[in-house]
Design a protein. Structure first.
Length: 235
């Protein structure tokens, strides 16, 4: 299925299309999962029924590297007020020019934020799916995860060191390796999945979404859930 959305801002006039045509075969399980997964299967934190919350989007970008399929991640600056120092997907709040939050707004925002944060060329990204909206209580973000295929990779970097410490890719093989998996324990008592990859501890919202994608795509391998990683009290 192909869905096209056209919106415009003062800088770029572009057609935003969501299509699963022409994707590599290994992404088929992710496409299938995106079409069938329900919000409550991804997280217990769902958007408030009141409609409150800060509308935002993240780009979950799959590429292909030397070790096969990989994901693009970034590490937030330690000086930021929210989620400081955390690895995350590129993304952020919707701007008015992104369009309707209920339709094409999150698509535009995900691409725009990824370009602003990592320098990637959105022309080389094929959007192929959208996951249900989720909620991050600590920052009141209502997040739309947008799935993309890095059809034509371009160089990436931390564009603004005040916001982004580094940009890196993680092989899916490393994410599914049981040796790299653990349960993160927050001082509040909350437990959640974590990944120890590329000299980073991926936890919180990002790790939770990755964990569910691996599970519903059928890529998850049995791992020791009793292996715990305590988080700093400032996390």
């Amino acid at each position: 299925m192909t869905r096209a959305h056209e919106t415009y801002d003062g800088r770029i006039a572009a057609r935003v299309t969501v299509t699963a045509e022409g994707l590599p075969d290994w992404l088929a399980p992710v496409v299938s999962a995106a079409e069938t997964v329900r919000p409550e299967q991804l997280s217990r934190f769902l958007p408030p029924e009141s409609g409150s919350g800060r509308q935002s989007a993240v780009l979950i970008l799959f590429g292909e590297g030397p070790k096969g399929p990989e994901l693009l991640l970034m590490e937030r600056s330690s000086s930021l007020r929210s989620h400081a120092g955390q690895p995350s997907f590129p993304g952020g709040s919707l701007d008015p020019e992104d369009g309707d939050p209920r339709t094409d707004g999150p698509l535009r925002a995900a691409l725009r934020e990824a370009e602003e944060e990592t320098g990637l060329d959105p022309e080389g990204v094929q959007l192929f799916g959208v996951l249900p909206r989720l909620y991050i209580p600590v920052s009141s973000f209502v997040v739309t995860p947008v799935l993309g295929w890095w059809r034509a990779p371009t160089p990436v970097r931390a564009v603004d060191q005040a916001e982004t410490a580094r940009v890196f890719t993680v092989p899916v093989a490393d994410l599914t390796d049981p040796a790299n998996r653990a349960t993160a324990v927050h001082p509040s008592g909350h437990h959640g999945p974590a990944f120890l990859v590329e000299s980073a501890l991926v936890w919180g919202f990002t790790a939770g979404v990755i964990d569910r994608i691996l599970h519903f795509a059928g890529w998850e391998r049995p791992w020791d859930r009793s292996k715990q990683v305590p988080l700093d009290w400032r996390a």
